[in-house]
Design a protein around this ligand. Sequence first.
Ligand SMILES: [Cu+2]
Length: 290
Amino acid sequence: MLFTTNLTDRIRSPQLRISERARGSGSPSLLLAILLILVVGTTIFVFAARLYPAPAPISRDAVLVDRQYNLTLYIAGVAFLLAQLGLAYTVVRFRDRGQKARFLRGNAGLEILWTSLTLFVFVGLGVLGRKAWADVRFTAPAAGAIQIEGTTSQFVYAFRYPGKDGKFGRIDPSFVSAPTGNPLGIDPKDPTGGDDIVASELIVPVNRPIELLLRSQDVVHNFFVRELRLQQDAMPGMIIPVHFTADHIGQYEIVCTQLCGLGHSNMHSLLRVVSQSEFEMFLNRQAIGP
Ligand SMILES: [Cu+2]
């Protein structure tokens, strides 16, 4: 009974409540501020020290993508730094000292300021980035681009070159038969398909524009080459063109970045950027046949 009376008295007395809270510790707010500073410091260190650098770019568009990525990273980095340090300062500065909390109705001017600032930054970055992204998709490839068709299926890539006539043969799903050497279903009666070359790796000459026509035979797959900074889904029923010009001879991995089934993790191929003469040798070798 005594306990109940005491408790009621304490709740009723605001002075008592405030003085009790004043005895609270300031350490949780300090700890939170230190934790925030540590998280910010570690994050900035990881990016600034370039602990996980991307492989060197091998096309002009890849350089544009890197430039855009860095710009976005710097702007987002500054916003992240200011927001987190502001938060750390606020939790310490306005920690509970037993004072009465003040209610603020908000500040319309400030709301308008940071909303329009955010809008400006996002739209601005989008407009600036349109070149890096849209250049390989919505513009025509340079004149004289070599057309290569890239077909994805569970869990392989097949690349088709049009052969000497420069024309791809007609494709019909009813002719698809990997065991008989026709994985893409090229119509045997179409004369333009007789010289088509099908390879499991993408071989391209250096410094020549390539137009890659992406298709899929079954589910959504993806064509991703890190060094080209080019990543594009392949959709069943669609032909999606992308183009690139690789300016460094070498071998680069092509991976599928869509979870396309149980064998997804094994779905990869190679992009071989070779000299013009090596490319011609490859075409001639394939044209003669096995
Ligand atoms: Cu796939």
